[in-house]
Design a binder for this molecule. Structure first.
Ligand code: DQA
Length: 146
């Protein structure tokens, strides 16, 4: 069975709990990680939960994921709206990809309403808070069973 997934978090998500609680809630990055690891274990998925503030580092992580993982869940954070490099790296990943946002980016500032990756991913979750990560893990398990 395919069961290794990577959850990639972009810039400033390490400061969850501290940044804009009205958008992102009060959960901390470590608590979110813990919840994701627990859910993945329960579902029999191996998960790598990672975060970087650096665009090139995220590109490297995505490139390496081609060899080591069966699916990607990505909250590219601000890079969602700007990074052709992350889009191009994701295009090379020929397995399921779920785009994730804690907030509803389509209800926010105009510059957030454009995602450079939505049209190349398998599917997306947005606006459901940190619970979206748990839903993404469940969806990824279903996608990998197919
Ligand atoms: C975000 C939305 C982005 O616009 C923002 O830059 C983030 C987080 C979200 O999870 O809602 O950092 O991706």
């Amino acid at each position: 069975m395919n069961n290794k997934i990577i959850i990639i978090n972009g810039p400033n998500l390490n400061l969850l709990g501290e940044r804009e609680q009205s958008q992102y809630g009060s959960i901390t990055f470590d608590e979110l990680k813990e919840n994701c690891l627990r859910k993945s274990k329960e579902l029999g998925l191996k998960v790598n939960f990672t975060q970087s503030n650096i665009e090139g580092e995220i590109v490297n992580i995505i490139q390496d994921a081609r060899k080591n993982f069966d699916g990607i869940v990505i909250n590219a954070a601000a890079f969602t709206h700007t990074s052709v490099a992350i889009r191009d790296a994701l295009s090379l990943f020929k397995k399921p990809i779920i785009e994730l946002h804690i907030s509803n980016i389509y209800k926010r500032e105009e510059f957030r309403q454009k995602s450079l990756i939505s049209d190349i991913v398998t599917g997306g979750i947005f606006g459901l808070g940190s619970e979206g990560y748990i839903l993404a893990i469940i969806s990824m398990q279903n996608l990998l069973k197919k």
